[in-house]
Design a protein around this ligand. Structure first.
Ligand code: SF4
Length: 225
């Protein structure tokens, strides 16, 4: 699987992603909130904003509560701020997320006739929407090629050794240059799931990892020839 080693560590992305996808297709593994394309772009936007500095289970519950009551931008734009705060009280930065999400909904209603826009520039012009959220909406809401980068993808990619970065922004830029575009849409759900299960922040379970022979953290075997 490994094409080379050293400073420029490269992997065969198709094989690596397939191995992880096959591995996680069986068993009771944790599953990322966002994994299928074709989701409602508004739901993707809200869930991704809520996920910042918040654990996955807390994000899921808060997103469900908020979206059950306010399932589209028009309803959220008219919502009472105190009610939004109450519904998402357990996520990190809940006050600013409540204000920002309502402001984003108001902009979507006024500038985009109530429909979440489908370009990175328009998305990033909305309150609270940065590159990760815009990329998530593009991939999961509109089926576009993009790489939403969160802490799981940042950690797994650096442990694999395919990039060397210190920030999510750097990771986003470098992954776009090392991963062929045809694999971009598979990268987020697959590496996020790996980061949630085996390649977790503390105590990664490397012994049972299906891609350990590609990983610089455990040492890529050298070619005897
Ligand atoms: S071998 Fe360990 S560090 Fe490397 S990808 Fe697998 S779990 Fe992560």
């Amino acid at each position: 699987m490994v094409r080379g080693s050293g400073a420029q560590h490269t992997v065969h992305w198709g094989q690596l992603l397939s191995r992880l996808e096959n591995f996680y297709s069986g068993g009771k593994w944790r599953v990322p909130v966002m994994r299928e394309r074709g989701a409602d772009p508004f739901r993707v936007l809200v869930s991704t904003v809520l996920s910042h500095r918040t654990r996955d289970q807390v994000t899921q519950r808060a997103a469900m509560r908020l979206l059950n009551r306010y399932p589209n931008p028009t309803l959220l734009a008219r919502a009472n701020l105190r009610d939004i705060r109450f519904l998402i009280h357990d996520v990190g930065l809940s006050d600013s997320k409540a204000r920002g999400l309502r402001a984003a909904a108001i902009e979507i209603v006024h500038r985009h006739r109530g429909l979440v826009p489908g370009t990175e520039a328009e998305l990033r012009a909305l309150p609270l929407v940065g590159k990760k959220t815009a990329d998530a909406v593009l991939v999961f809401g509109f089926g576009e090629a993009a790489i939403p980068v969160d802490t799981h993808i940042h950690r797994v990619s650096n442990r694999l050794g395919v990039i060397r970065t210190r920030s999510l922004e750097e990771t986003s830029v470098q992954l776009q240059s090392v991963v062929p575009r045809k694999y971009w849409y598979r990268l987020n759900p697959t590496l996020v799931q790996h980061g949630q299960n085996l390649c977790r922040f503390s105590d990664p379970l490397c012994d049972g990892c299906p891609i350990r022979e590609s990983c610089l953290r455990v040492g890529v075997p050298t070619n005897p020839n």
